[in-house]
Design a protein around this ligand. Structure first.
Ligand SMILES: [Zn+2]
Ligand SMILES: [Zn+2]
Length: 307
């Protein structure tokens, strides 16, 4: 997607810098990924409890990480409780109120935990922008909007979240607890900047009825086979993303692989979420019409709301 953006305006990636010196290259957006491979000397320490210990670059302290980004949880918080669907210890299809402190697990050392924070920030921002765009569409004078994201960072947020589920033994599939292997390969992708193998990674699925009912929610569902986590479905305000960890038989069944952007339109007002990928072959965009916002919660939320 090309743009007429003033290069001296502040960059729509929210870095606070001018676009020309940040993500705008000529007329194209390119938000670059945060690479984590250490450039300085490594600690040569492996913390027993850290799932990234094979990198031999741990600190001596374990962190009490929220394995779903704090940054994102804040967006969903109401009276200090978070509504989340499909977390492993919950019964299938039930809705629980959880306190944020119950989402802490000791699975990374402080060094490795801190390294992942740019990915949390990126997904937290995507969540906020989806909400913001929707609210503006419902205002009297909605305006054009543009926000720029890094696809690799969003994809790695999904992988770090999947790893957290595995490392804390909280993968359930069809309501049954599954032990899954945390492969060295995942750690290499996250912390050594190894690329995802072909067709692994992020997909975006347009629902069959082509409608997304945006709703404040966050849900996860896992698909496992042979002690391996194969697919995680992330519903972020009902935007459906998949993380595929393996070569799928039919990649198209998970939707669009590495979408280049999502454009939401209402009349002639357009709001664009640019998703940049370093490999320019990923150029398929998603176009959706904003038809309205339902005030009612989806049916399955009734039970939750009664609590
Ligand atoms: Zn930027
Ligand atoms: Zn570590």
């Amino acid at each position: 997607m090309t743009t007429q953006f003033n290069p001296y305006d502040s960059c729509p990636c929210d870095s606070g810098q001018k676009a020309k010196f940040c993500c705008l290259t000529g007329k194209l957006w390119n938000k670059k990924p945060n690479l984590l491979k250490p450039t300085k000397t490594i600690t040569d320490h492996s913390h027993d409890k850290c799932y990234a210990k094979i990198t031999r670059n741990c600190s001596t302290k374990i962190s009490g990480e929220h394995f779903i980004s704090n940054n994102i949880l804040q967006g969903f918080e109401l009276n200090k409780k978070v509504k989340i669907v499909g977390l492993p210890w919950q019964e299938k299809e039930t809705f629980n109120l959880l306190s944020r402190s119950s989402l802490v697990s000791n699975i990374l050392c402080t060094t490795h935990n801190e390294l992942l924070s740019p990915f949390d920030a990126e997904m937290g921002r995507l969540h906020r922008i989806i909400v913001q765009f929707d609210e503006d569409f419902n205002s009297e004078n909605p305006k054009h909007d543009l926000s720029v994201f890094c696809g690799e960072n969003l994809e790695k947020w999904m992988l770090k979240t999947a790893c957290a589920f595995i490392a804390s033994n909280q993968i359930y599939s069809d309501g049954v607890k599954k032990d899954c292997i945390l492969k060295d390969e995942y750690v290499d992708i996250l912390f050594n900047d190894k690329p995802f193998p072909d067709n692994w990674g992020m997909y975006f699925k347009i629902p069959d009825d082509k409608q997304i009912q945006k709703y404040h929610s966050l849900s996860f569902r896992s698909l496992t086979a042979n002690n391996e986590l194969k697919v995680v479905e992330f519903l972020i305000n009902n935007f459906m993303f998949y993380l595929v960890l393996g070569q799928p038989d039919n990649p198209r069944s998970f939707g669009i692989y590495r979408p280049r952007g999502i454009q939401l339109a209402k009349g002639n007002i357009k709001k664009t979420i640019e998703i940049c990928w370093q490999d320019k072959k990923y150029n398929e965009g998603i176009f959706m019409e904003h038809v309205g916002t339902t005030k009612e919660a989806p049916k399955e939320w009734d039970e939750y709301l009664k609590k």
